[in-house]
Design a protein. Structure first.
Length: 166
């Protein structure tokens, strides 16, 4: 066993490891600067962000993305259905003569959809909330993709009501 622990770590290897560690330190510093700048920019919207983080599955990063894409108020959307449609999280219902043709969602806002997808998957792993139960009920009937879209839609309805009515 002692021979297995004896390696060939030369000065060149130490040099290469040091370069990688310096790069990691540089990236950590850059991430810290970005986070500080984000906090400065989001300061006027602190109340809306705190309200959004009370929703299951929505953390600070997703709340920041929702505020950035939708705005701190949802005055541009007359109701939650318009917001969900704009975001592209309304499943299509193209049916004729009892035959379902397509249930694809519209393209919508890809940044908002990506962050809502993160929140939906976080909900799938959370416990003791209505959205978790809804997610797994839809998964058992229709599959994960439709469940994620349904939870994204439900989240946007909650977001609209929370930002519109408080």
């Amino acid at each position: 066993y002692v021979q297995a622990l004896t390696g060939r770590f030369t000065d060149h290897h130490a040099f290469m490891v040091q370069i990688h560690l310096d790069n990691i330190d540089h990236l950590d510093a850059a991430i810290l600067r970005i986070e500080e700048r984000t906090e400065q920019v989001m300061a006027p919207f602190q109340a809306a962000r705190e309200a959004l983080t009370t929703i299951p599955g929505i953390g600070i990063v997703v709340a920041n993305a929702v505020i950035a894409e939708v705005g701190p108020t949802v005055d541009a959307f007359p109701d939650a259905a318009h917001l969900a449609s704009w975001a592209g999280v309304c499943p299509g219902q193209n049916e004729s003569a009892g035959r379902v043709k397509s249930t694809k969602t519209r393209p919508g806002n890809r940044y908002l959809k990506a962050n809502l997808g993160i929140a939906a998957l976080a909900i799938s792993w959370s416990k003791d909330n209505h959205l978790h139960t809804k997610y797994w009920r839809i998964v058992s009937r229709q599959g994960k993709q439709k469940a994620v879209v349904a939870i994204e839609h439900a989240l946007l309805v909650i977001v609209w009501n929370l930002l519109h009515d408080g």
